[in-house]
Write a protein that binds this ligand. Sequence first.
Ligand SMILES: Nc1ncnc2c1ncn2[C@@H]1O[C@H](COP(=O)(O)OP(=O)(O)OP(=O)(O)O)[C@@H](O)[C@H]1O
Ligand SMILES: Nc1nc2c(c(=O)[nH]1)N=C(CO)CN2
Length: 178
Amino acid sequence: MDASKVQTAYLSLGSNLGDRRLNLRTAIAILDAHPEIDVTRVSPIYETEPVGYLDQPDFLNLVLELQTELDAKKLWKITSSTELELGRQRDIKWGPRTIDIDILLVDHQVMDTDDLIIPHPRMADRAFVLLPLADLAGDLVHPVTRQTVSVMANRVEGKDGVYLCKIPLANDYEPTEN
Ligand SMILES: Nc1ncnc2c1ncn2[C@@H]1O[C@H](COP(=O)(O)OP(=O)(O)OP(=O)(O)O)[C@@H](O)[C@H]1O
Ligand SMILES: Nc1nc2c(c(=O)[nH]1)N=C(CO)CN2
């Protein structure tokens, strides 16, 4: 990768159907295997209560960091096809899913298009996003709120998406060198 064009992005992954750990691990592996994506770090996994639509199983959530030269739209096409590969279906708004991949941040970019809004518009309210993100990048400044991720995480801790337990990262989630 050309260092001057490389961007750092943070993605939120969630699963609450089927083998949730395997779904997360498979999604990470698919993304990391892409020739233009380098998954650099993965947060611990948080088991979280569902937010939005409550009558569904608990989620496993994590956040990963990646490096890529792809623009945000191309990255989104890849995350969307990864969701489909893992059998993601859209039935109920905020309902159960084998995998959900949201793009949280891409460097300090701000964009608002029909398909893609960056930073993710609901990340500031979600403990299941901000707590694992703070594990990776607490000092990062959100380009819209201008607050650090740690400050944002402290504000939502114990609110929506309260976490039930934090599972240390297993070795098999560690990104591979490529
Ligand atoms: N930053 C983003 N990351 C992923 N999808 C986004 C983003 N911004 C806008 N979208 C749009 O949101 C649409 C709905 O996404 P999805 O079905 O995954 O929603 P959801 O996960 O149920 O809810 P939420 O968006 O609140 O997490 C996608 O088709 C995509 O076009
Ligand atoms: N705990 C939790 N709740 C959710 C989640 C999620 O990933 N974790 N995703 C949603 C839609 O994006 C809606 N609600």
